[in-house]
Design a protein around this ligand. Structure first.
Ligand code: BMA
Length: 341
């Protein structure tokens, strides 16, 4: 038994894993040696897969993948894997219907997240609602995908659902934005009893004081419930003279009031360093979208998009990452307050 525990989450004995190298550079997060796990042209008609999310499913793994078609338009594709590393993709994009079973396809869809709450899986993405906004759909069997009406007004991105209800309500992060390449952005949460009506909007955290996240931040992987609070891997963006640089950050939020940040790591956990992160369609991007974690060992596998071109995999361990975030935590009042004004 480790120092800290992952709560309300199953053991995933077959999760992808590789032990830490003998020496770690800075944060206790290490890349899979065979990265990237998904390369270019993974499917006919799809040039790149990146910014994608996966979950354990029926003893194996299933995921929703941002596939950039050869006409440049992103859609979501379903993928299956036995080991979480080698993936087979459906050739057709996911077909969404409305609650009456009629076609309800988004105009485009990117940066999908995939979260299980109770017995249902939810896909959340960014799509067009007369401008960039959030889309959401549910499935139980990964055969029928039923879209809800759009939860939020434009412009918004980076919605991430929590893996359980809090005080009886669904809880979702989002990042209000503009419809372009948004040069600002803080993370907020909203609550809903039914995934249709959303309210109780609260501010969680602002762009950071530190340079690596000083332009904007946004949700990343679905938060992991732990004995110290909700463990969050998010993205932080630096605006350099030569464009945006996306890094992975870490924070721990209060279990019952997740708009309160308990710990926020002042240093990044992962920043573009490898060729597949520095070189691609959009250089210098590490964009976290999902974790697979094992409640027995505390092992965590982090899936991240690399340079808008590839999927990368990195690993950490619960005790290591929580201690690191706590040891390097700097919070200010916009982090720790309840987030209502
Ligand atoms: C953001 C989103 C992400 C992308 C990132 C870097 O605005 O579009 O999908 O990874 O930019 O291009």
């Amino acid at each position: 038994m480790g120092k800290y525990q992952i709560l309300n989450s199953p053991a995933v004995k077959n999760m992808p894993w590789q032990d830490a190298p003998a020496e770690l550079n800075n944060a206790p997060v290490w890349r899979y040696s065979e990265n990237p796990v998904i390369g270019r042209n993974p499917l006919p008609g799809v040039a790149r897969i990146f910014n994608s999310a996966v979950v354990p499913f029926e003893g194996a793994f299933i995921g929703v993948f941002r596939g950039e078609q050869t006409n440049g338009i992103p859609y979501i594709y379903l993928g299956h894997s036995k080991d979480g590393i080698h993936w087979d993709f459906d050739k057709e994009k996911i077909h969404f219907v409305d609650k009456n079973g009629n076609d309800f396809m988004p105009v485009y869809a990117y940066d999908p997240r995939l979260v299980k709450v109770e017995d249902t899986y939810y896909i959340i993405w960014c799509g067009d609602f007369y401008g960039a906004a959030i889309g959401i759909a549910e499935t139980k069997d990964f055969k029928t995908f039923t879209r809800f009406e759009n939860p939020f007004l434009p412009f918004n991105r980076n919605a991430v659902l929590f893996p359980r209800k809090i005080n009886g309500n669904f809880v979702m992060f989002s990042r209000p934005s503009d419809s372009g390449h948004t040069p600002f952005g803080d993370v907020f949460i909203s609550e809903s009893p039914d995934l249709t009506y959303w309210g109780k909007h609260r501010h969680v955290m602002s762009k950071g004081n530190e340079w690596w996240e000083s332009l904007k931040i946004g949700g990343g992987a679905a938060p992991i419930e732990t004995s110290e609070g909700w463990l969050l891997f998010y993205h932080g963006v630096s605006g350099t003279c030569n464009g945006y640089v996306y890094s992975v950050g870490g924070a721990i939020l209060d279990i019952d009031e997740p708009s309160r940040v308990k710990y926020r790591c002042e240093t990044f956990l992962l920043t573009p360093e490898e060729w597949y992160e520095e070189r691609g369609f959009v250089p210098n991007v590490c964009f976290p979208c999902a974790t697979i974690h094992d409640s027995e060992t505390g092992r965590i596998a982090l899936y991240y998009g690399a340079a808008d071109s590839y999927v990368g995999l990195a690993f950490t361990q619960l005790d290591l990452i929580i201690d690191y975030i706590k040891e390097h935590s700097v919070t200010n009042t916009t982090d720790t307050e309840i987030g209502i004004r």
